[in-house]
Design a protein. Structure first.
Length: 263
């Protein structure tokens, strides 16, 4: 097991799972510049560490993340605009790297997720939340606008009208409502979150990581492609996979009626 304690997050690699844990508990895991820089750095580690086959993002304490640290931003005085550009640039780099990941990403929402915290909470391919979770945009409540790529992902997940409802009216979603809207994969009891994340991560770790990663890419890119270009990607990826060690093992195990071994 490898454990790295940053100032605002914890990073643990255990059994081929990279755990990214938000840890500014006294501030509701609010995002400041330092946290965004550390998140971008750890995403780079996950991206290129071949020992990491699955990535899990979750929070420590009662909150997932309250979003941006508004008090810290306000303390910058006349420089707060430039400071916020630096913060969002680092946050954007984290999100870009997580989205670029050629391995599955799981999000465990352990508590309230607001603003940019809301955006981070739904970036996982699989999103697990506890029953007590509440999600809200909150930006226009303080006369700000969305960041953290939430204005990109939200309409793609739930449609433009529902995205506008959340953004303009700041509707607060319960975990069950978010599940009904398609933002959350599964809702669990509070004391079951860690166990559920571990079970799913272990299942994915044993799977064909390259096939999982390419499948993730296909789904994520589908709304940006034409029918023809998407089918071309499908053809390219499946042709690559069937000639790979993973593909050979998967097909052989099916024919031989045995469990495949990908690790």
């Amino acid at each position: 097991m490898v454990t790295i304690a940053y100032k605002t997050i914890n990073y643990i690699v255990e059994d081929h799972v990279g755990w990214i844990i938000l840890d500014r508990v006294d501030y509701g895991n609010a995002l400041n510049y330092e946290m965004c820089i550390e998140l971008a750095e750890v995403a780079w580690k996950c991206l290129y560490d071949e020992d990491v086959r699955v990535v899990v993002l979750t929070g420590k304490g009662k909150s997932f993340s309250f979003g941006g640290d508004l008090k810290k931003f306000s303390e910058q005085g006349d420089e707060k605009g430039r400071h916020l550009k630096d913060v969002t640039a680092a946050l954007n780099e984290f999100i870009r790297r997580m989205n670029q990941m050629k391995k599955p990403v799981i999000t465990g929402i352990n508590g309230t997720a607001a603003g940019a915290g809301f955006g981070l909470s739904i970036i996982g391919d699989i999103v697990i939340a506890t029953e007590e979770v509440k999600l809200t945009m909150a930006y226009t409540n303080v006369a700000l606008t969305p960041d953290g790529a939430i204005s990109y992902f939200l309409p793609r997940i739930i449609g433009t009208k529902k995205a506008l409802e959340l953004t303009l009216l700041n509707k607060v979603l319960t975990a069950n409502e978010a599940h009904e809207w398609g933002l959350i994969t599964r809702v669990v009891e509070k004391d079951q979150l860690s166990k559920e994340l571990e079970v799913i991560a272990k299942q994915l770790v044993k799977g064909p990581v390259n096939a999982l990663g390419k499948s993730r890419q296909l789904i994520n890119r589908s709304l940006e492609e034409t029918l023809e270009s998407q089918m071309a990607l499908e053809s390219q990826f499946i042709s690559e996979q069937i000639t790979s060690k993973e593909g050979e093992e998967g097909v052989s195990s099916f024919i031989e009626k045995r469990k495949p071994t990908y690790m």
